[in-house]
Unconditional design. Sequence first.
Length: 240
Amino acid sequence: MLVRIDPKTYADNWETESTLFENKEIYKRLNQITPNGNVLEIGSGVGLATLALASSHSVLAIDNNVHLVSKARARLAAAKSTAEIVIADIFEPSAECVTAIRDFSPKVITGWFLGSHADDQERYVGADVPLEHWAKKYRENIEDAMLTTNICPPSVEWVHLAGRTGMIAGASADFVSQETKDDYDKYVFLPNGFEVIDVQVLDWDTSDSSFQYGAAPNPNILPGKSIPKILSILAKRKGL
Ligand SMILES: C[S@@+](CC[C@H](N)C(=O)[O-])C[C@H]1O[C@@H](n2cnc3c(N)ncnc32)[C@H](O)[C@@H]1O
């Protein structure tokens, strides 16, 4: 049965999960893959990813969940970080948000662990989509929204996505990387003028997590016993 998660509960749950990521240095490892330059972070979460990015980049973050933004702003203030967060919905960005992005002139966009609560999913996923596919469809739709010109202006050269996945026992990382590249190039990046140039399958110890990883099925993964992994997908604007 699907449990409907409200925006505040989603924020509290994400704080738990995000802290586990932080403790396992997932954000640090992802930040090492993120190219240099001004970073537009889609989804600040509780600010832990923002802080990792801000350790070596100028960061402007966009988020539409006020509960998460207040947690993130408190962390940024405590760390005396200069990273800023704009409250906006990337499906319907305000004029202020679009101007802030243009003025910031991002070179890199990050979309790490994109997702949201049931209210957002209901709003931006078609009524014809079965409930169990809402999370996956929402992620696909937000990846498309992230690449629209208002959010991804011509200054952007790189897009860095990260997500949770399961790797079938015995499958090679090369196989998963190639399948991921083919899939993302076809459906996400090539139609928007980008191309995947690096996929990394990072180890991820989930032994102390209660998160329902099975709820995010990956079409690349065959059914069977799967090992939790973090997938890092780096795309570059074509022709640069
Ligand atoms: C699972 S959290 C990941 C946060 C952060 N990137 C991290 O790695 O910890 C997803 C984030 O995306 C934000 N988000 C989801 N849908 C959004 C939308 N339509 N506009 C802006 N932010 C959104 C959520 O509020 C949340 O902060």
